[in-house]
Design a protein around this ligand. Structure first.
Ligand code: ADP
Length: 484
């Protein structure tokens, strides 16, 4: 199936460094997870070329930082507008390399663009501070300045938005940026660069370096002294490697790592709303988001009713190629992702859980998997401890509020959590008690550019989005003025 694009020049396969396109000597294939077909062959950059991109970003830094916030904001705004104008094509590229249904891909493009828009506005609002002097002849000013060159490493599950969430605040703050997209999904990042170029983002300010050498390029970004910050979204395992590698140069870091979100349904919940929320929190992006509900705790009084309603909704999901009309659920990204879901299911079955719908690969073959609901899941099963990253809803019964809070917090992760209740006092109590950076109360969807996104515990450091998101790209300087 050939990609049908209104603007074929958005399907760029070369690296983007210092404002120019580099074809490179070696290339790697990008495949459509729905069909296995080759979508494009992309330039494969080396560690040496990565260092070159860092040099370009470093050289571009002072002039970009010297622009006013308003000037940088105007350029980011143009970039945002171009992304919106080209949203259909960007969605097509995204679905082709990642597999999510086209309408969902288009939603991601708009979501990503909202971060560019938000931070285009925030660029003008990077305020410092004036502190009364500590001695009669002194005054203290606090300046906020860009941290410098930012190295970004991002995953395949949101090939556009994970980069947009980082590059928006970085560029708004006056930083320059080297993006290493996932080797599975470099095309969305390169398409963003095409539009960045058209928007007038100066050479060297935004660079995209596709590469299959994840660990080599990652090490260069971490160890190169010209890079002042690493921003990463991905697994906790790789986050730990990057943190160790950043020690040698004391780099600033933002880490959006793994989650294992609890989703709690109390007896007093609006059950239909809870089912709706669970569908979004669990099955959006085919379960492949770091804020996906992983463990669904349902109070005894509504357990059977909730399980039945959820099963009916899950059976309504339509699995297929993301380009086909009406498809709600695409393929998983690769064979390893399927194997993980299968492992969680067989582990749970062996320990006494039961499948009420799904439970196996889809008859479409490939990496398509039947959306699954399991009942009678208990805390000793792997699905309660590891991120499944697939379409498996695991229902765990519970009795009391204190019991479920203990179960929910029994995790090294602390990214998102969700619960449904109509009791105001309980809403406060539980929201305060859950150990996570984000809590969805009576909603299964918490991500927006206006709110801070991020985790605690081993789910990461820093926040993306909102007025807090730009702080992660700013240094604080104390200017103490004497002799007044
Ligand atoms: P996921 O399971 O979401 O793919 P990973 O942490 O494996 O999470 O991958 C996230 C990103 O990190 C991807 O772009 C991947 O290529 C990259 N990556 C994997 N290993 C390393 C590494 N050792 N150093 C730097 N980046 C890495």
């Amino acid at each position: 199936r050939a990609l049908s694009l209104k603007d074929p020049s958005l399907l760029e396969t070369r690296a983007y460094v210092n404002g120019t396109w580099h074809a490179g000597d070696t290339r790697f294939g990008v495949h459509d997870p729905a069909t296995g077909a080759l979508v494009a062959e992309v330039t494969d950059l080396s560690v040496t070329e990565t260092a070159g991109a860092i040099d370009a970003a470093y050289a571009a830094g002072p002039a970009w930082a010297a622009q006013t916030g308003k000037e940088r904001g105007a350029i980011l705004r143009r970039w945002h507008d171009l992304i919106i104008e080209n949203a259909d094509d960007l969605a097509t590229i995204l679905t082709a390399e990642m597999g999510k249904p086209w309408p969902e891909a288009r939603g991601e493009i708009l979501y990503g663009a909202s971060f560019i828009e938000w931070f285009a506005e925030e660029a003008k609002r990077v305020y410092g501070d004036v502190i009364p002097g500590h001695q009669r002849d002194k005054r203290i000013m606090v300046l906020k300045q860009p941290v410098g060159v930012v190295g970004s490493i991002t995953p395949w599950n949101f090939p556009n938005a994970m980069i947009a969430r980082k590059v928006g605040p970085a560029l708004a703050a006056g930083c320059t940026f080297v993006a290493r997209p996932s080797e599975l999904t470099p095309l969305s990042a390169l398409a963003m660069a095409v539009l960045a170029h058209r928007a007038g983002i100066p050479a060297g300010v935004f660079n995209v370096i596709p590469s299959t050498d994840a660990s080599g390029v990652g090490l260069e970004l971490c160890a190169n002294p010209k890079v002042r910050k690493i921003t990463f979204t991905g697994s906790t395992r790789v986050g730990k490697i990057l943190m160790e590698q950043c020690a040698s140069t004391i780099k600033k870091m933002s880490l959006e790592l793994g989650g294992n979100a609890p989703f709690i349904v109390f007896d007093d919940a609006d059950l239909d709303a809870a089912v709706e929320g669970a569908m979004i929190a669990k099955f959006r992006n085919n379960g492949q988001t770091c804020v996906c509900a992983n463990r669904i705790y349902v109070q005894a009084g509504v357990y059977d009713a909730f399980a039945e309603k959820l099963k009916i909704k899950v059976r309504d999901l339509s699995v297929g190629n993301g380009f086909d009309e009406g498809v709600t659920t695409g393929p998983l990204i690769n064979e390893a992702a399927v194997a993980k879901v299968e492992a969680h299911i067989s582990d749970a079955l062996a320990k006494g859980a039961e499948v009420t719908t799904g439970g196996t690969r889809s008859n479409l073959g490939g990496t398509f998997f039947a959306p699954t609901v399991m009942r009678n899941v208990t805390r000793d099963m792997s699905v309660c401890h590891e991120e499944t990253f697939g379409p498996l809803a695991a229902l765990v019964p519970f009795t009391t509020e204190s019991e479920v809070i203990a179960l929910a917090n029994d995790s090294e992760f602390g990214l998102a959590s969700y619960f449904y209740s109509r009791d105001l006092a309980r809403v406060w109590r539980v929201a305060e008690a859950l150990e996570s950076g984000m809590v969805g109360v009576n909603t299964g969807l918490i991500s927006t550019e206006v709110a801070p996104f991020g985790g605690i515990k081993q789910s990461g450091l820093g926040r993306e989005g909102s007025k807090y998101g730009i702080e992660d790209f700013l240094e604080i300087k104390n200017v103490c003025i004497g002799g007044i």
